[in-house]
Design a protein around this ligand. Structure first.
Ligand code: CTP
Length: 402
């Protein structure tokens, strides 16, 4: 599947540079051609010769070096790339690209390419947290650049915190996801709900849950990358929406219901990954409730079950639900499929480490109305998103195209 694809591996000057060798080697095993471009600083950590031996290809450093065959090197590299992976990516390279600086071979190549560029970040925690760096990342994300976030751990400087390069296997897996991007959802409209809802008690307090929206945002990102027209209806979250997606921000379940119903007739696939509050305070008091000596009882009213309503209205749409459970996972999920007239449900046990709220990973089972169950191991939320989209598309195609 990846045979003959070309990845330009940009290596910048960080202590994690040696790990890029394992990334290069893992990608080569998939049949991918790797051409390495190193910054001057990177060559102080690992020699070009080491990358040349691992990749079996020449390694470039200097913009003005005499090429073996005459061409303008940064343009030819930029054109032949199916993907540019910068690994490790320092704060410096991100800052340069975000501000349009192209002063060496790697930055000029990035500037000249039309291929996807992905940065696997690695740096000191304080540099990572620096608002200047974070605003550079946000700017590039909005322009469609990809990021593989660093992980927590002991850093080269002895400090401990977020900044270590993500594990090599994860970088390889995410690179493959970026490379394998069939535009198989072109001409499809996909509606995704994400995050938690907030149900107001008074102007300063609300009821909510632990959902962060990561699963829904990963779904939106993957669907967009695969060519879909994406509508993301999102509860409050700090996540940056993927570029090119129509984002509708809501707070309460009732607001979410209104927006979902507004778009429902126009879409082909609906994926309800949001954790919708089932109840809201019966009365949202318009002033701040002052404390008294006695206990306070808040009466709750039922919120609409959005997915249940969609199941009743379902016409051509493929309807996908999520079920976050703590016990009786399969039985509860199966009941939800029937009750809500779903095409399938994505069930996860939120008590298992690595699955559910706040993690970048998930462990899911996909269950269909006929009772068949597909079980998946621990995967990144992006990988889970692709599996969900694969299945939804397959159902759509079998229903409408054959
Ligand atoms: N859902 C919804 N509207 C609600 C509650 C849930 O659309 N008011 C959707 C969720 O987005 C999810 C699915 O229904 O796709 C299952 O949600 P979940 O909270 O697991 O189940 P509930 O139906 O609320 O049942 P319970 O809380 O009893 O587990």
């Amino acid at each position: 599947m990846y045979q003959g694809k070309c990845v330009i591996l940009g290596v910048t000057g960080g202590i994690a540079a040696y790990k890029a060798l394992d990334v290069a080697s893992g990608l080569r095993k998939k049949g991918i051609i790797i051409e390495t471009v190193m910054t001057e600083n990177a060559t102080k950590f690992v020699t070009p010769l080491t990358f040349r031996s691992i990749t079996n290809n020449p390694v470039s450093v200097d913009t003005f070096a005499e090429p073996k065959i005459w061409d303008i090197q940064h343009i030819s590299l930029a054109n032949k790339a199916d993907l540019i992976l910068v690994c490790p990516a320092t704060a410096n390279i991100v800052g340069k690209v975000a501000n349009g600086i192209a002063d060496d071979l790697l930055t000029t190549t990035i500037m000249a390419t039309k291929a996807q560029v992905v940065f696997a970040l690695a740096m000191n925690t304080n540099m990572y947290e620096n608002p200047i760096f974070q605003s550079n990342v946000e700017k590039l994300r909005k322009l469609g650049y990809g990021f593989i976030e660093p992980v927590e751990g002991i850093l080269a400087c002895g400090a401990s915190g977020k900044g270590r390069l993500a594990p090599v296997e994860q970088i390889i897996a995410e690179t493959l996801i970026y490379l394998h991007r069939p535009k198989d959802l072109t001409n499809k409209r996909v509606l995704i709900t994400a995050g938690a809802t907030r149900e107001a008690i008074d102007p300063v307090r609300y009821i909510t849950n632990h959902s962060t929206g990561k699963m829904g945002y990963a779904l939106a990102e993957m669907a967009k990358r695969r060519g879909a027209d994406v509508i993301l209806i999102s509860g409050p979250t700090n996540l940056v929406p993927p570029p090119g997606v129509t984002v509708v921000k809501i707070k309460s379940a009732r607001e979410m219901a209104e927006e979902v119903f507004r778009y429902f007739d126009q879409v082909d696939i609906v994926i309800k990954s949001a954790a919708v509050a089932d109840y809201r305070p019966a009365v949202a008091v318009s002033h701040k409730i002052k404390k008294k000596d006695e206990d306070l009882i808040i009466e709750l009213s039922r919120n609409p079950d959005i997915l249940y309503e969609l199941g009743k209205r379902k016409d051509k749409q493929v309807l996908v639900g999520f079920a976050a459970e703590t016990d009786n996972l399969l039985a509860n999920a199966q009941e939800k499929i029937k009750k809500k007239n779903l095409d399938f449900i994505v069930a996860n046990d939120v008590l298992v480490p690595g699955a559910g709220f706040g993690y970048d990973t998930n462990i899911v089972k996909m269950i269909t109305p006929d009772g068949s169950i597909e079980e998946y191991p621990l995967m990144s939320k992006e990988e889970v998103a692709n599996k969900v989209l694969d299945k939804a598309l397959k159902i759509y195609n079998s229903r409408y195209l054959e």
